[in-house]
Design a protein around this ligand. Structure first.
Ligand code: SAM
Length: 243
């Protein structure tokens, strides 16, 4: 990639963005789960349940949970009998995930450090690819979508959940005010890390609108690309199929 890209509201080189995103997640890894609860008022658990209901993991299916972090989505899919590989660019997030899996007695998950833009997996090896609250952090999103398409079998399902700016006018302003003021403050109070949480809020604001992202999913070769808004459009589940 050439040219400047956004790291939150700042313009940086693509390499610098990847490096800084790495630093953000290394810095938040140990507090990531408690912060998720605080920032979303526990809602992220319901969103993830809903997401996994859409994916409908089946016993023995091979699923790649990309940007899987500390394993929240992977654990839900593994409990339904899927054979899940959790991949993330950040070894610190995966380390926390492995500890959590051990604490829950969940065995059988595979863990692998991978950049979503350049996967080392063979072509057509997975029945489903999931990425939750991860893709907005990826520097080259079209490359990551093409890689998702490549590693899926024919008939494979792509599912992505991401924040999106709400279309409800009053709600959108209210949420923006809450997010920009409160989330960095909570980050400072709980994790002594205001900057990382400021980045998280800015990255949400900068992520493409659902229709624009749906087009990107279609451009990567997926058919029936769909965007399902939840909670007034604060969060959207995107899906597509490889044929
Ligand atoms: N999916 C998990 C969840 O919902 O709890 C973790 C989401 S966390 C907000 C975003 C994750 O994306 C981080 O673990 C981060 O390391 C990962 N990430 C960022 N850029 C990535 C990339 N290029 N390839 C793979 N993972 C990436």
């Amino acid at each position: 990639m050439t040219g400047q890209v956004n790291f939150g509201d700042e313009l940086v080189s693509p390499e610098e963005k990847t490096r800084r995103v790495g630093a953000v997640f290394s810095s938040v890894a140990r507090r990531y789960d408690i912060m998720n609860d605080l920032m979303s008022g526990g809602m992220h658990r319901l969103w993830k349940d809903r997401f996994v209901n859409r994916v409908k993991p089946r016993s023995g299916e091979r699923i790649l949970d990309m940007a899987g972090g500390t394993g929240d989505v992977a654990f839900r899919m593994a409990k339904r009998g899927a054979d899940v590989t959790v991949s993330d660019i950040n070894a610190d997030m995966l380390e926390v995930g492995k500890e959590r899996a051990r604490a829950r007695g969940l065995t059988g998950l595979a863990w692998k450090v991978e950049n979503a833009e350049t996967l080392s997996f063979a072509d057509a090896g997975f029945d489903a690819y999931t990425i939750v609250f991860g893709i907005r952090n990826v520097t080259d999103i079209p490359s990551a979508l093409r890689e998702a398409h490549r590693v899926l079998k024919r008939g494979g399902r792509f599912f992505c959940m991401e924040f999106s700016s709400s279309d409800w006018p009053g709600f959108s302003n209210l949420y923006d005010a809450w997010a920009s003021n409160m989330i960095p403050r909570i980050g400072k109070a709980i994790a002594n890390d205001e900057e990382s949480y400021r980045y998280l809020v800015e990255s949400i604001r900068r992520f493409p609108r659902p229709n624009a992202f749906r087009q990107m999913v279609a451009d990567a070769g997926f058919v029936r690309a769909n965007a399902e808004p939840m909670l007034g459009g604060l969060v959207t589940i995107h899906s597509g199929w490889k044929i």
